[in-house]
Design a protein around this ligand. Structure first.
Ligand code: SAM
Length: 315
């Protein structure tokens, strides 16, 4: 915990991705009485939200990671005291219950900045990064659930292969899965470096380690299931004129979000006439996804694959 704070304060240059674009969209209307940061992280975007909120407005920050939540709490310490702030340790998949338990009815603005925080990658203990030798954990919430080691040691060869194809388009999945199963017959695969060695010697591809780590992280945290569940619930809770903003970081995640949002934009079509009989309640804020500028990418290379999609509830 102390280590994470040290890293975030001194080693990381933590820039919230697409912050000025999100700020402009946030300020484009004055509906701020219930604002949710579904992926609080270190509180970068939240700090900006809170600085614009008024007396009596409610801010809710959610994160599955207790360490990040504690750092965010410190980072939000100097934001306006007149905003009701609730920082919740939970998955955003529980958004409906979280809102209800706080006695609130609808959401005016909700942001999802999906995936891993810079603190996760730069914390040598968590197992997210291929740069550090660490226990194979990769859980956002270290209080529950299976670790990456559990999956690597107990999934069948077929399941491992499928996971690498599905969550990372890993072309060498067949060879890597076979190698994992062979190695674990004689020894335990406990650390990131144990796994790296197996991936390198079975794939002969410098990009495979990153992809396999991504696939495992997505599986360990059931990321796509939580994203789909939560976005549906948030859209149901959006107030009239309210907005949902989602930043994705890789093509598979982006495809899932894009398809889900598209299904909400279509409305109900008459099977016979092909005419729209019930128009969609949502509209796109921006025709195309918003991307970081070249300057942002140069300043913060982690932003390079970010895509921001925003929808507004129109009736
Ligand atoms: C990219 S970071 C967010 C960074 C944040 N916007 C900032 O400015 O500091 C993503 C955060 O979402 C959290 N997270 C991932 N999945 C989650 C989920 N299902 N529910 C809640 N938080 C989640 C991670 O623990 C991580 O802290």
């Amino acid at each position: 915990m102390k280590f994470s704070i040290f890293l975030s304060d001194f080693l990381l240059h933590h820039d919230p991705v697409l912050i000025s674009e999100i700020e402009a969209i946030f300020l484009d209307n004055s509906l701020h009485s219930c604002v949710v940061d579904a992926t609080l992280g270190l509180g970068g975007h939240s700090k900006m939200f809170c600085s614009h909120m008024k007396q009596g407005d409610h801010f809710i920050g959610i994160d599955r990671d207790r360490d990040n939540l504690a750092i965010a709490q410190d980072n939000l310490a100097n934001t306006p005291t007149w905003v009701h702030k609730n920082l919740v340790h939970s998955s955003f998949a529980e958004i409906d219950t979280i809102i209800q338990d706080l006695g609130l009815e609808s959401i005016d603005f909700i942001l999802y900045d999906l995936g891993v925080s810079s603190a996760h990658y730069d914390d040598g203990d968590r197992g997210f990064s291929i740069r550090f030798d660490a226990p194979l954990d990769m859980r956002f919430d270290r209080t529950q659930g299976k670790t990456a080691r559990d999956l690597v040691m107990h999934m069948s060869e077929y399941e491992l292969r499928d996971l690498m194809f599905k969550y990372a388009d890993e072309k060498k999945a067949v060879h890597i899965a076979r190698a994992i199963v062979e190695v674990r017959k004689t020894k335990s695969i406990d650390t990131t470096f144990d796994l790296l060695e197996i991936i390198k010697s079975s794939s002969y591809d410098d990009h495979s380690p990153k992809r396999v780590f991504q696939a495992l992280r997505i599986a360990v945290n059931a990321e796509f299931e939580h994203v789909e569940t939560s976005i549906k619930k948030s859209i149901d809770k959006l107030s009239l004129g309210g907005r949902i903003a989602i930043i994705t970081f890789h093509s598979i995640e982006d495809r899932i979000v894009k398809n889900l949002l598209t299904s909400y934009l279509t409305g109900t079509i008459d099977d016979f006439t092909g005419q729209t009989i019930v128009p969609s309640r949502l509209s796109k804020y921006n025709k195309k996804p918003i991307l970081p500028t070249e300057k942002e990418i140069a300043d913060n290379p982690r932003s390079r694959s970010a895509k921001l999609r925003v929808l507004t509830r129109t009736f």
